[in-house]
Design a binder for this molecule. Structure first.
Ligand code: 0L1
Ligand code: MG
Length: 253
């Protein structure tokens, strides 16, 4: 299997909501090749008319790394077909085995085209919002190697963003929870996002820009999960609440 074929397999699996075998069971490939498969699978979406809208970081919390048995941070690309706003209704049938995780989302103010430091993030970020990421691995049983999940665009499938808030506040230790049908299923602190969610911005700039992916003004950065992810079912109302920042909810129909 070449990388073009691998990109096609993953793109079609996402489009048809049909899981596939892990690519690594058939062919060994490097992490650089995995990012190239990811880029090509997103190219296929863009060629169908989708627009690039931003980036996500994954494996940013120790809970998440433990859940998945890996130790590296990873990043993926977001398109407009994945983007939703408060009170969206998402169609369960478009997913394979979706899971939700509570996150923060940053809005980029100025093109990030080089690695930036913590002392610069406020020049590059306009606002922050409560957000939920829905991940949906294209692999059977949500099982993958690090290379597999990177090729699969880090399981990105949808994200729901709430109201933008001013960044002039301390984001380092905010209580975050994920509620399903009114019941808290996961809770933690924004500290679980790399010890400080602002580090998602610096790390995204380091990783993505080195790989040639600029993130322009107006794009979104999903900072990573504060807790483990929770499986979703049809008919649920999902709400992420972040202390001081606010809440964002959506429904799975
Ligand atoms: O934190 C993340 O968003 C990681 C997503 C990739 C791994 C997974 O599917 O859980
Ligand atoms: Mg995530």
């Amino acid at each position: 299997m070449n990388i073009q074929e691998a990109a096609k397999i993953l793109d079609e699996a996402a489009m048809n909501a049909e899981p596939v075998e892990q690519l690594s069971l058939d062919t060994q490939f490097t992490i650089d090749e995995a990012y190239e498969i990811q880029r090509l699978s997103i190219e296929r979406r863009l060629s169908r008319g989708e627009k690039f809208v931003g980036l996500k970081l994954g494996f940013t919390s120790f809970a998440k790394m433990e859940q998945m048995g890996v130790h590296d941070m990873i990043w993926g690309r977001l398109t407009d077909s994945m983007l939703h706003f408060a009170d969206a209704e998402l169609d369960f049938n478009k997913f394979i085995h979706p899971r939700a995780e509570p996150e923060l989302c940053f809005l980029v103010k100025k093109d990030i085209d080089r690695e930036i430091g913590l002392d610069e993030v406020e020049d590059y970020i306009e606002a922050v919002a409560p957000a939920t990421e829905i991940i949906d691995s294209r692999y059977k049983n949500f099982k993958f190697s690090l290379e597999d999940v990177v090729a699969d665009n880090c399981s990105s499938t949808a994200f729901v963003v709430g109201a933008w808030q001013n960044i002039n506040q301390d984001l380092s230790d905010l209580h975050m929870e994920l509620k399903i049908n009114g019941e808290v299923k996961e809770e933690g602190s924004s500290k679980a996002i790399l010890g400080n969610p602002w580090l998602s911005v610096t790390n995204a700039s380091r990783l993505a820009v080195a790989a040639g992916q600029v993130f322009p003004a107006g794009s979104y950065l999903m900072a990573g999960a504060a807790t483990s992810a929770v499986f979703l079912e049809k008919g649920q109302r999902i709400l992420t609440r972040v202390e001081q920042i606010g809440s964002v909810g959506f429904d799975i129909k």
